[in-house]
Design a binder for this molecule. Structure first.
Ligand SMILES: Nc1ncnc2c1ncn2[C@@H]1O[C@H](COP(=O)(O)OP(=O)(O)OP(=O)(O)O)[C@@H](O)[C@H]1O
Ligand SMILES: [Mg+2]
Length: 311
């Protein structure tokens, strides 16, 4: 059964330059226990998609469509209900631990505060559990680390704190936004291992630039480009037999596959290209791609592609 069902989601921002269509007609399903990796170049709308699910967006946002969590539309929930959902069911591990953690609060107190608020624990119990959480994310000396401020920790340790904070209320669904960004390779592997272990049997949306990270932890991968999804498939299909020219290009641009960049730059989200949004950069583009917008079609079970070659 689908835990999360996103239907025709459009998250747009009203700006002085025009309407930024950061998420444009996205359909996506995440089943219970499924881990979905969301990949794509910088600025394609990954974080905005994640933030739309938890409704943490700026006042200049227009959000339309449906986001059904356990059959109920998140976009119709009242703010109080939404706060409960964020605290108890859906956790968002934010993209930047340096700005997401409160710099003037000890990390143990930040986790304890969340537990007091959402689980109704008293202060002592919450503080004890906060240390337990820090231990569970393998901080070297959880009790001592709990008394430290964010700036006293390394990048890898801060990311562990973010994960502890996200998992503190035992959520059913976790959105992790670039949890390994900026970390050295050894720490990155440790964080992935930690996420895998800590989210066992839970559903997860893992936002990342890093296909290697997505492939190692997710069973399904969605490829986003200029606000749209271009390909969604089981991870092995994406890694070994991607169908969309953009996904193929994205894979060839990885250091492990030859570092061949996709020519051109990401398009404007205010005036995206006509037809297929990827056509100006696509080596397979034909005249029709300039005018006809491709539909998402199913190639085989669970493997969807938006490309006119297959329409
Ligand atoms: N409140 C806002 N007002 C206007 N534009 C916004 C707003 N928030 C985000 N955007 C724009 O939406 C687009 C998508 O941003 P988003 O942060 O989702 O990209 P991303 O795929 O997460 O990129 P990265 O990989 O660099 O994190 C960007 O062009 C961004 O500038
Ligand atoms: Mg982002």
């Amino acid at each position: 059964m689908a835990l999360l069902d996103i239907i025709n989601l459009r998250t747009h921002f009203l700006t002085q330059d025009g309407l930024v269509k950061a998420v444009d007609t996205v359909d996506l399903t995440i089943a219970e226990g499924e881990r979905l990796g969301l990949i794509g170049e910088t600025g394609c709308g990954k974080t905005v998609l994640g933030m739309s699910i938890v409704r943490l967006l700026q006042p200049n946002t227009s959000i339309k469509g449906r986001i059904e969590y356990k059959g109920r539309d998140i976009l119709k929930m009242k703010e109080a209900e939404m706060r409960r959902l964020r605290g108890r069911e859906i956790a968002m591990i934010l993209q930047n631990p340096t700005t997401s953690l409160n710099p003037v609060l000890k990390i143990g107190d930040q986790i304890a505060e969340a537990m007091q608020l959402h689980q109704g624990l008293d202060r002592r119990e919450a503080s004890r559990k906060a240390i337990e959480m820090l231990r569970s994310v393998h901080l070297p000396d959880a009790a001592a680390n709990a008394c430290q401020y964010p700036h006293e920790l390394s990048g890898g340790m801060r990311e562990r704190v973010m994960i502890a904070l996200g998992l503190a209320c035992n959520p059913e669904f976790i959105i992790a936004d670039e949890p390994t960004k900026g970390l050295d390779i050894k720490t990155k592997i440790q964080i992935i291992e930690l996420l895998r272990e800590a989210t066992h049997h839970k559903a997860m949306l893992m936002i990342t630039h890093d296909l290697g990270v997505a492939g190692s932890i997710c069973n399904k991968i969605a490829v986003m480009y200029a606000g749209e999804l271009l390909e969604v498939a089981p991870s092995p299909n994406i890694l070994n037999g991607p169908s969309h020219p953009y996904t193929q290009g994205f894979i060839n641009s990885l250091p492990s596959r030859g570092l061949l960049p996709i020519p051109g730059t990401s398009p404007s989200l205010i005036c995206p290209p006509s037809g297929c949004r990827f056509h100006p950069r696509c080596r397979m583009a034909t005249k029709t791609c300039e005018t006809k917008h491709p539909e998402m079609v199913q190639m085989e079970k669970g493997h969807f592609v938006r490309c006119l070659q297959f329409n």
